[in-house]
Design a protein around this ligand. Sequence first.
Ligand code: ATP
Ligand code: MG
Ligand code: MG
Ligand code: MG
Length: 515
Amino acid sequence: PKMSGPEVRQAFLSFFQGRGHTKLPSSSLVPEDPTVLLTIAGMLQFKPVFLGQAPRKVARATTSQKCVRTNDIDNVGATARHHTFFEMLGNFSFGDYFKKEAIMWAWELSTVVYGLPPDHLDNAQIAIMWAWELSTVVYGLPPERVWVSVYEEDEEALALWRDVVGVDPSRIRKMGAADNFWASGPTGPCGPCSELHHDFTPVELYYDFHPERGTGPEVTLEDDSRFIEFYNLVFMELNRDAAGTLTPLAAKNIDTGMGLERMAQILQGVPNNYETDLIFPIVAKAAELAGLDYAAAPPAAQTALKVIGDHVRAVVYLLSDGVLPSNVGRGYVLRRLLRRVIMKGRLLGIQGEFTPAVAQVAIALSGDCDPAVAGNAGRIIAEMAREEALFSATLSKGQKQLDDMLARALAAGSSSSSDGGSSSSGPVLAGADAFLLYDSFGFPLELTRELAEAAGVALDDPGFEAAMAAQRARSSASREAVDLTADGGLSQLAAALPAGTSFEGYGASDLVLAG
Ligand code: ATP
Ligand code: MG
Ligand code: MG
Ligand code: MG
């Protein structure tokens, strides 16, 4: 029987609770850490402990952490595996996993199926063995379907996977620092990581000879049609100071993250995270409101429905955690996500207020992730309805502007084609016009394009990009003055972000913790 999303979550937490980890609640999406805009990883609530700035409350912890990563927004709906909102399952060691190795090992040995262990284990070794056991025993992934990556200089991890766990060396890949060295920012705790990837190769191709499905050096874990990264183990052992000097942390730590939706995708045998039981009911509700059958809908409509499924979850949890739509900081992230939902809904032909109905489904699914959401349902729904009304008014205002611009473009287009003769180009909406709509009227480019094309007017993309780049240069100039690591940096950051800042404006703060 396939594991449901809640069962995948529970299996992880129970596995580590059974190994001495205290199950701790997810922290809020609004982090205490002033240098990060939103919670983007499970480790964030433990960062002061990892940095030695706060005493540890427990030696080992396991959590299912609500995360929002706006740096992945362009991947939403485009890849099968990226969300803005997702849950990261994690197990953490705060200078632990050392003393009790003999006892723990005895227990491990009786349940795990791989070869004989060395008699001394350190924290990295234990983390690797547990990751393997979890993937192949608890979740039952066929061992030959699991590939691993190690940091290119981490010979110890390589040897562990190969000699202790017994992974065939052809399925172990060395990766550079970009993928497999984790840092919490320019300064702070860091260390090598090791990632587990699932191989989706269909059985019939896997066992026959198919060079493109083989295990030779030409195979790369970056092949997204074949592999999915589902679990990242960080061996946090170093601290980098402002001068770039690496010094060993007083206590070596373990920080891990497994994407709940990704493991659910793998175990439920569906082609993407959106079709798991964790998200699909939201997608299906949006499809129903649009009068569409998701499975039969054209790819562009399916993508729009996935974006709705993703963003509605993000909006619901952000509102529940107290973020309100605004033009700065987190409120701006929330506003843009919600407006994208509304825009996608309009493009799908949904008329009238619809976000509360879709949000109700997300709220109904939220119980195991965050029990507080149900209690906040009234407030969440009211905020969404308010913002939808506001944005619908903005859309009608922008629509008037756009109509004028399109009329001008059509007039200019037809006069130029009648006198020029040689020009093959029809009417074009100037990039500056599209940018004005986007920047001053909050009118999304996709919507502009869609409506312009329906009127027979093409969009001047390079012109739009140029106007956008100029705006970005202006906002990054103002952002350079902000010290992201300074205490109280967040209010400074939020204040420095202009109302029209695009999502890219958040990259710097989002990526601070992205592995
Ligand atoms: P990817 O390379 O796929 O973007 P990542 O290396 O950026 O993932 P990590 O920072 O290592 O991700 O996070 C730990 C785990 O969290 C990943 O192995 C993955 O399972 C999950 N994860 C990361 N980003 C996302 C996302 N945007 N949506 C869903 N799950 C995610
Ligand atoms: Mg990765
Ligand atoms: Mg990523
Ligand atoms: Mg990773």
